[in-house]
Structure formats: C-alpha cells, structure tokens
Design a binder for this molecule. Sequence first.
Ligand code: ISE
Length: 332
Amino acid sequence: MTLRVGLIGAGIMGADHARILSQQIAGVSLHFICDRDTARARQIADDTGAAHVSDDPLAVINDRQVDAVLIASPDQTHAPLTKACIAAGKPVLCEKPLSQDSAECLDVIAAEVKTGKRLVQIGFMRRFDLGYVDMKKALGNGSIGPALMMHNFHRNVSAPPSFTGQMAITNSAPHEFDIARYVLGEEFESISVFRPKLADPTKVGAPVFMVLTTCGGQIVNVEINNNAAYGYDVRGELVGEKGSVFLRSPVASELNVNLQSVISYPADWRPRFAEAYRLQNAAWLKSIETGKPVGASAWDGYASTLVAEAGVTSLESGSAVRIIPIAKPALY
Ligand code: ISE
C-alpha cells in the first residue's frame, strides 16, 4: 500500500523532507503540498508529482486522500496543526520543537491521550543518527560503564535574521535536550545558562553555554553557537566510568592540495544529518503500517520544551532553574 502524505510547509525543511520522501523512500507518495507561498508549494508539487497545492493546512489535514501529515511549517504553527491532525485521526510527523510553550505541548498531549492512540512523532532526527545510536548502545551494553557526563557542541554557520537570542535555547538546543534524554535515559533536574560577552552585542544569535543536571546525577553541557561562521559543526561525547563515545561526523572525502589536508564542514544540518532524516522518515512511515510508534513522542516534545523554558528563565535570572515535569501519562 502506498502511503499518501500531506506536507505542510515548503520552506527549507519542507523541501528537504519532500526530497527525502519522493526520492529515498519506497511505498510513499506526496499527495498534497501546503504553504502560504503557493508558488513554492507548487514547485515542490511539480517536482514530486503531488496532486494538490493549497495555502490552507486544514485542507491538507482533512483531505480524505491524505493518509499521514508531515508538518514543517514555522515553529508557532506546530502545536495547533498537530492538534488538528489528532482531531482528524491522522498520524503526524511534526518538526521540532512541538511548541516553544510547554502549556501548548500539554494541550497536544491531552488531545492525544484522549484518543488512546500514539499519533504524534516529533522530528528529533538525531535519535536515528548512527553516532548517537552507538552512544546509546555503548551505555546500554555496559562497555563504557555508568554515564557520568555528556558534552555537546552545536554550531551553525550563521543565524537567520529572524533568529532571536532566545532561539538558541528554544529552537536549536532542543536537539541536545532530547538526544541527551534519549541517550542517557534520564530526565533533567536543573539547567544553568550563561552567555559570553560579544564584541558586537547587537549581533543576533549570541552563543549560549548551558550546564544541566539529570535526575540520575549526570552532568550535561551544551554549547549553542548559531554564528560559528566556519561551518556546521555538531560534536558530542558521552563519558562513562570506564570509557567514552565520541561523536564522529560523516566525512565523504579529504582533499589534499597545496601541502594541506582539507576536510570540509557542511553549510547546514541537512548534509550532516541526511542519513538520520532518511532513517527517521522511513521509520515513521513503517510505524504507521505496523502501528508501533517510533522516535520522539509528544511527551518528548513537551520534555525538551520544558527544559528550554527553564533555560530562558535561567539566562534572564542568572541562576540555576529546577525542571519539574508533570507526571508522564501511561500512553507514553
Ligand atoms: C534548525 O531548526 C535545526 O533543526 C537544525 O538541526 C539546527 O542545527 C538548527 O540550529 C536549527 O535552527
């Protein structure tokens, strides 16, 4: 059976998901493309053979010929559109974050719990990255001993003009908040956020450095620098009592010229996590067929947003902030 997917959002992420679904995964077709800019929606429809284009996301969600929905629209639309998918009984892969407001995440959770079915997957694709899979495996099989710390660096070339200072915490860092929870199998207990002094304080996207503690006693540090300039560079190291696992970025080649050996950095996350996105999207579609949920749930979306909210408070207050989630519903 070919699964017909409705795609909401034809920007940088929507276009990449369209490429993945149309070129790299069998058994799926793009059926409906939605964006406020119908011209770029039409371009994706023409490239992928999608039958319909609209600027109305509800037209996509409620179309009887759409079996599943992928949300790649702006952050503030994620929670309301995910709730609309739940109301329509449609499986949905929603790009991260589920919301930048934990109360909105709880609304989504309440709606999904009411159906009694897991319909929502959140696009924390690093859970499918082979480096992080190795980290979780090494912890799980005891080869590095009990986890002590996890170091994380997340550097973008430059922040888009719309990027507010807080978005380093609410938009970029949720990747690290989620992957650390997933690898360690622990919830966070507290967060402290610091910001270095910039030469130009008016520059958008100043770096932040975060120190988090887990309920299991581990320490996690996260550096987010959305204006690293030199390349897209995500690093990580899981440190145990007997060893560590260091995250290696996939490198296709090494250029040797002019007495130099050059390994290039990608310009953004798409090439760095290309395989993780493909595996995530393929697993999502498979989970729809099997009825067995995979990847990050709406609860995981809530948990990472709760940490981000506490991080914003810590940055503003200059103090450590405790993280106290609600009791996890049995559905998760
Ligand atoms: C973006 O939304 C992503 O999800 C990327 O993975 C991340 O590196 C980037 O910082 C975010 O803005």
